[in-house]
Design a protein around this ligand. Structure first.
Ligand SMILES: CC(C)(COP(=O)(O)OP(=O)(O)OC[C@H]1O[C@@H](n2cnc3c(N)ncnc32)[C@H](O)[C@@H]1OP(=O)(O)O)[C@@H](O)C(=O)NCCC(=O)NCCS
Length: 203
């Protein structure tokens, strides 16, 4: 397992920081395969739309925990996770997410629904901490920021003795998460792109 990087400043994200975190997720995920399939369009418009959807998700998910890494030049990466029993959006969040998705047009909204329903169908029935979204700003990837966030996350799982779970649509990310004890438990094609479901068993 990689070692921690003590030079990163890490902090909980809430309130006024939420929009910056959402915008980072928009930029960070804009070239992920299922995001391309759902939003279509060019990368700039995908980043903008996904950022807007993430603003709604982060603001309307009171149980979501969010941690950010700052290397002195603003937010560099974030990890968000839902504690056991809270990973599905509340009725209020669903309503606002649907409203936001519809502003992108009915075709995009329908694809976003197909995607999120396909992922939700795979959620484990057993208690778990649901990790995601996780993203590091593109120009800062490969420098240990994602690993630092993951190391902290799995440390919390170990202390709590609870299973971890996540989904990803990036083949490179599968190996990344395996380094932290997650294993692929299922895979499926969503909107014509491969997605992996990964679980980390409590010790
Ligand atoms: C996956 C991600 C969070 C990793 O963060 P990171 O800061 O780049 O990770 P680290 O520097 O700690 O570790 C690098 C490892 O991440 C993996 N990785 C996955 N996607 C990567 C990417 N786009 N660029 C660089 N490394 C990536 C590689 O296995 C790499 O291993 P290597 O150093 O042996 O090549 C980050 O690359 C990212 O935000 N990707 C786009 C969004 C995404 O896919 N999020 C996760 C899916 S839910």
């Amino acid at each position: 397992m990689p070692t921690s990087q003590p030079y990163h400043r890490v902090h909980a994200i809430g309130g006024a920081d939420l929009d910056a975190a959402a915008d980072l997720l928009g930029r960070g995920m804009a070239d992920n395969p299922v995001h391309i399939a759902a939003y279509r369009g060019d990368e700039t418009s995908r980043a903008l739309r996904h950022g807007l959807l993430m603003r709604t998700l982060l603001r309307r998910s009171p149980s979501l925990q969010i941690e950010g890494v700052d290397r002195g030049e603003g937010l560099a990466g974030i990890a968000a996770w839902a504690p056991p029993g809270t990973c599905q959006p509340t009725p209020d969040a669903r309503l606002h997410l649907l409203g936001r998705a519809l502003t992108f047009g009915p075709g995009t909204a329908a694809r976003l629904l197909t995607w999120t329903r396909a992922w939700a169908r795979h959620d484990p029935g057993a208690p778990h901490v649901h990790l995601g979204p996780v993203s590091v700003d593109r120009h800062l990837r490969g420098r240990g920021i994602g690993g630092f966030l993951l190391l902290r996350h799995v440390g919390r799982l170990d202390v709590a003795g609870v299973d971890g779970y996540l989904e990803t649509d990036r083949p490179e990310a599968v190996g990344f998460y395996e380094r932290f004890g997650y294993a692929v438990v299922d895979k499926t094609d969503v909107l014509g792109t491969r997605c992996w479901f990964m679980r980390r068993r409590a010790e």
